[in-house]
Design a protein around this ligand. Structure first.
Ligand SMILES: [Zn+2]
Ligand SMILES: [Zn+2]
Length: 142
């Protein structure tokens, strides 16, 4: 005797207890009415074909998802390549202008040294003048 499913009866045979539900439309079916395709119970061939269509749709969804993932990966690779290109461009720019920057730094250093030397000379002169003045002043005091 077939096992009753939740007290349901076959949709086609109200006196016969259902043994399974259609995998697609959930209709209760008796052992006589159930159609088993690829190990899955359906109420009809139509429901099986619908399930096959849904299955293919699921496959399409998976394919689309994979395509989206692939696109995302490609986009990430492109972004990475852009970053590398920018880094390379920046590095090249720095390398190209390094000599210019170094030359400017050298000029600045020379100017600074010159200014420092001039200042030192001025200070020395000032000190000499000052000491000379001091000596004269001290000489006057004596
Ligand atoms: Zn069905
Ligand atoms: Zn039936």
């Amino acid at each position: 005797m077939a096992e009753k499913i939740n007290g349901s009866v076959c949709l086609n045979h109200p006196d016969t207890p259902a043994v399974a539900h259609c995998a697609v439309c959930r209709k209760p079916v008796c052992q006589e009415c159930q159609k088993i395709y690829e190990g899955v119970t359906y109420c009809s061939k139509e429901c099986y074909e619908s399930a096959k269509r849904t299955g293919s749709m699921v496959d399409d969804v998976i394919k689309k998802r994979k395509a989206v993932e692939l696109k995302r990966k490609i986009r990430n690779i492109i972004i990475l390549l852009i970053i590398i290109a920018l880094a390379f461009a920046g590095w090249t720019y720095y390398k190209k202008n390094k000599s210019t920057i170094d030359a400017k730094a050298k000029n600045l250093k020379q100017q600074t040294e010159k200014t420092i030397n001039d200042s030192k000379k001025s200070i020395d002169k000032g000190l000499i003048k000052d000491s000379k003045y001091k000596k004269e002043h001290e000489g006057l005091l004596k």
